[in-house]
Design a protein around this ligand. Structure first.
Ligand code: AMP
Length: 450
């Protein structure tokens, strides 16, 4: 990926400080400028100084706010000092001095691993010192990734499962990591990754810098986050009007069976050229994409059952506008940065308000205007009310001509409590497990304290 050089500085007018005033050295200022970053975004203003001062950081800032560079730029500066002494000490007869991994960036998805690595490489390329970035993710053959680590890597960006596989093959040591970054931290702290994350933490030195970045931190994972951190700088970029991404949100009422027709109608009437459509299941991705394709819309699916190669191709082709519509699951909800993606559609509603925030955050990035449309059926109306309440939005429910509701809401039953299954109504089994994991992590932290 090339960094989009046409990016307007995000909230540049809000930034009173320059990269130089934040303590970034001249080389990295020039790197940032080459990437089109003329002034820091609010999260960069808040975070860069703390990272340079080796503080732990817990940062919450909305999607598309420049979070990646907020840790990449200062971490590169910290690395430059060691890279310089290594380059000086390198024996010219032994060009293969092995690099020590000092920075570990954990991410929840393969796409995000590639994206963060690209930002790291783009910003490191102009520097005098050579900084090597290793990218590790599953779904592709492990051998090339192990080969790429033969001479070591200064920074490793990885998804947890593949990282552990590679460590198990003795292809990488994490014993000298000094800076740990959790990007989309709340997802990594969530139960799906809890076991892998604990195993990884056990491989790292106890004394290290921890940097946690996410757009959302649900209270349930907050406790786990706290257990990881030591006297962190807490950064919350408030959702003020100036900082809020420019996303026009709409909710349209429609019968379940008419959603594809409504989607086609919207694509046609608004001349949408690039739409990311979220559905609930992998099956629905294929089904909806096929229906659209047969109706003459260039639509394709993107989900976790596809090979990594196919996933990469779809994303690349979508960026090149070869697909008008990509139908996906929550796999694509986090982190993925598709420059100038104008429209996101919730064909099926997300499970939680957090997922809603991440999904709509795929649009309206880097200061661009975006549109997020949610389809509301009679059966999902109650669930939608809860999402709105938790996401603190209140949208008028639109009814479009020709798409008036005819279906009735399903009758109340013990299985349909009106929440539509939204998470967090009362502590679930998962919440209890999380609380237990947090208590355990806290206990271990106490034990490891000198
Ligand atoms: P992120 O939140 O890290 O995914 O970044 C969102 C978008 O903002 C990306 O396209 C970045 O290239 C862009 N970006 C990050 N920092 C800046 C900056 N200081 N000025 C302009 N654009 C930026």
């Amino acid at each position: 990926m090339n960094i989009d050089h046409t990016n307007a500085p995000l909230d540049a007018a809000q930034s009173v400080l320059s990269f130089a005033q934040l303590g970034l050295n001249a080389e990295l200022q020039s790197s940032a400028a080459q990437a089109g970053f003329t002034s820091p975004t609010p999260v960069q203003v808040e975070a860069i100084g703390h990272v340079l001062n080796s503080r732990d950081v817990l940062a919450t800032a909305q999607t598309g706010s420049g979070k990646t560079a907020a840790y990449v730029l200062p971490v590169l500066q910290l690395l430059m000092a060691t890279a310089a002494s290594r380059d000086e000490a390198a024996d010219p007869r032994n060009a293969k001095t092995k690099r020590i991994t000092q920075v570990l960036v954990l991410v929840p998805t393969r796409e995000l691993a590639t994206q963060v690595s690209d930002v790291l490489r783009d910003l490191a390329r102009p520097l005098a010192q050579s900084i090597k970035v290793g990218t590790l993710f599953g779904g592709v053959s492990i051998n090339p990734q192990m080969m790429s680590l033969r001479s070591g890597a200064d920074v490793v960006v990885a998804t947890p499962g593949r990282l552990l596989d590679i460590v198990d093959h003795n292809a990488l040591s994490l014993s000298q990591v000094q800076h740990l970054v959790l990007d989309e931290a709340d997802r990594l702290l969530d139960l799906g990754f809890a076991e892998e994350l604990q195993r990884i933490l056990a491989l790292l030195p106890a004394k290290r810098q921890n940097l946690l970045f996410s757009a959302t931190f649900e209270p349930a994972v907050q406790t786990l986050a706290e257990a990881l951190l030591s006297n962190p700088a807490r950064i919350t970029i408030a959702q003020t009007e100036a900082h809020t991404p420019d996303i026009a949100q709409r909710a349209i009422q429609v019968d379940e069976k008419s959603r594809t027709a409504l989607l086609r109608h919207l694509i046609k009437t608004h001349s949408w050229k690039r739409v990311l459509v979220f559905v609930a299941t992998r099956y629905a991705c294929e089904h909806v994409a096929n229906k659209l394709y047969k109706a003459g819309v260039f639509a394709t699916a993107f989900h976790g059952e596809m090979s990594q190669g196919a996933r990469q191709d779809v994303l690349a082709e979508f960026k090149e506008e070869r697909w008008e519509v990509v139908v996906t699951t929550d796999l694509a909800a986090r982190g993925i940065d598709i420059a100038q993606l104008p429209v996101v559609v919730n064909y099926d509603l997300p499970r939680s308000a957090t997922d809603y925030t991440h999904r709509i955050g795929r649009t309206g990035r880097a200061g661009a205007h975006g549109e997020a449309v949610s389809f509301i059926t009679a059966a999902t109306l109650a669930h939608w009310q809860l999402i709105q309440k938790r996401a603190q939005v209140q949208l008028p429910l639109e009814v479009l001509e020709g798409f008036e509701l005819t279906e009735l809401p399903p009758p109340a039953s013990p299985l349909n409590d009106g929440t539509g299954g939204i998470k967090g109504a009362r502590p679930s089994k998962k919440d209890k497990l999380r609380a237990a994991a947090a208590a355990k992590a806290e206990q271990e932290k106490q034990v490891s304290k000198p």
